[in-house]
Design a protein around this ligand. Sequence first.
Ligand code: NAD
Length: 293
Amino acid sequence: MKIGFIGLGIMGRPMAKNLIKAGYSLVVYDKFASSSDLVALGADAAASNKEVAAQSDVIITMLPNSPHVREAVLGDNGVLDGAKPETILVDMSSIAPAASQEICAAAKAKGVIMLDAPVSGGEPKAIDGTLAIMLGGDETAFATVKPILEKMGSSVVRVGDIGAGNVTKLANQIIVALNIAAVSEAFVLATKAGVNPEAVFNAIKGGLAGSTVMNAKVPMILDGNFKPGFRIELHIKDLQNALDTAHDLHVAVPLTAGVMEIMQSLKADDMGACDHSALVRHYEKLAGVEVRK
Ligand code: NAD
């Protein structure tokens, strides 16, 4: 079985490396980034998305957002120009659920089966092969690709039909954003009240307020380390997809909208490339304190 891998960025590159390490034969392509390190590990390089598709039984895409997936799959020299019928296309990018459904329908017209399988966990888990993968789409195709996905993730859960993977990812991104905002607000209050924020962290992390987000982000905040991680501008992209999806369904998401505006103000303040833990900077400015060790 030959696997095509398209999109060799922060996430896609280590994910592709894990597939090579697991013994799969890969053909890879990125519109802008080099693939030489993957070729050195044994992958074949292709010159276009079409060329990847022509050589592959399963194609994985790991691209920034809906327009990039549309271009790579539906555009000139795209995946659908090269793919054979019965090819399985697994889009692991975080994109709008409606875009997944639309691209899936176009793929189906050419006999290509598309699944949406976004991930949670970030670069460290992409490197370790321990991502959480949430998948939507055809059950038989899911059974075929599950062993491949298990080489990149420690949890692979089918959550429903096409688009359900990205709906789940939006839920994940809402919870992460609001959790960072809550942690920021609370730790700024504690600091301004004169209580050592590291002591607050140690006191509450094991209780009901504790969370994976708190454990990952508070140490970064205490060190004033906002190196990404997960960039604010990527989180803005996900929250925009969440707001669009919610509004299409006539669902109001007031807290998501509020945190989106905070992220927009940080982006306007040149912090778009900072880790999303830099949300605390907004609350720090309002209170005139810094949450540091
Ligand atoms: P990235 O920008 O580092 O990588 C994307 C790659 O896609 C780039 O190398 C780019 O050159 C390539 N590309 C863009 N358009 C293309 C096209 N038409 N054809 C071929 N290649 C093309 O992004 P990333 O951080 O790897 O994120 C990828 C996806 O994973 C995003 O949807 C992101 O939201 C999601 N994600 C990221 C993280 C994270 O921590 N970085 C965590 C979870 C999920």
